[in-house]
Ligand binder design. Sequence first.
Ligand code: AP5
Length: 215
Amino acid sequence: MRIILMGPPGVGKGTQAKKISTVYEIPQISTGDILREAIVNDTQLGRQAKQYMDAGRLVPDDLILDLMEDTLTGEKCKPGFILDGFPRTVPQAEGLDELLEKLNLTLDAVVVLEVEEDVIVNRLSNRRSCPECGAIYNLQTNPPEKDEQCDNCGTDLIQRSDDMPETIKNRLRVYREETEPVIQFYDRQNLVQVVAGEGSVSEVWKRVQLALSHK
Ligand code: AP5
């Protein structure tokens, strides 16, 4: 399966992508996670991306497309992939189409998660994540068992630097202006399945599975 998971910041892409990855046995490719790791490792890509991410802006298309060409042509993506956070602009979607054509591959589905903005702001303000294993928590809806420590590996949880109220507003504006047109791009290819992101993680997961079962 080759799937794209789209939706505004905080809608639950990472949470649902991890489930899809496990059940369909395909790697979760999150550009946000790759970029955050590059920042921690202080690579050239990380140094270039940091200023954009801290401001809630998009990292330039050429950097992202180079990164994704390397990733998608790698051995890891042979069984398929679930893309989480890419493509985010129409030029990125066009670049992905060109790359897939070169590799003689097609997409199976573009799942778009939707939720009201006030729910998003609440989810992001309460998000905590594990810098070690990538597990995602929510202090209100999915808290760790021990105060702010990862249930899987015991590491202290962190709050992402772009989950501050002003940056969240900026990310939502960028999503509306630059990423929503990508949904129309894939709608014209008849690939889009819209899924309501409200409700518990398991309720949303049932809807995601239903949407994917139509493919
Ligand atoms: P990225 O890391 O991709 O962030 P995002 O798209 O803004 O999405 P998030 O990771 O914030 O949220 P999510 O939808 O994954 O939600 P989650 O599952 O965590 O990108 C970060 C930055 O990197 C960008 O701003 C940009 O600068 C750069 N970047 C990345 N890709 C790029 C690209 N292609 N081009 C250019 N720049 C790029 O859930 C959120 C919270 O809600 C959690 O606490 C979770 O526990 C909780 N939750 C989830 N589902 C539910 C539910 N059903 N009920 C209750 N709580 C829930």
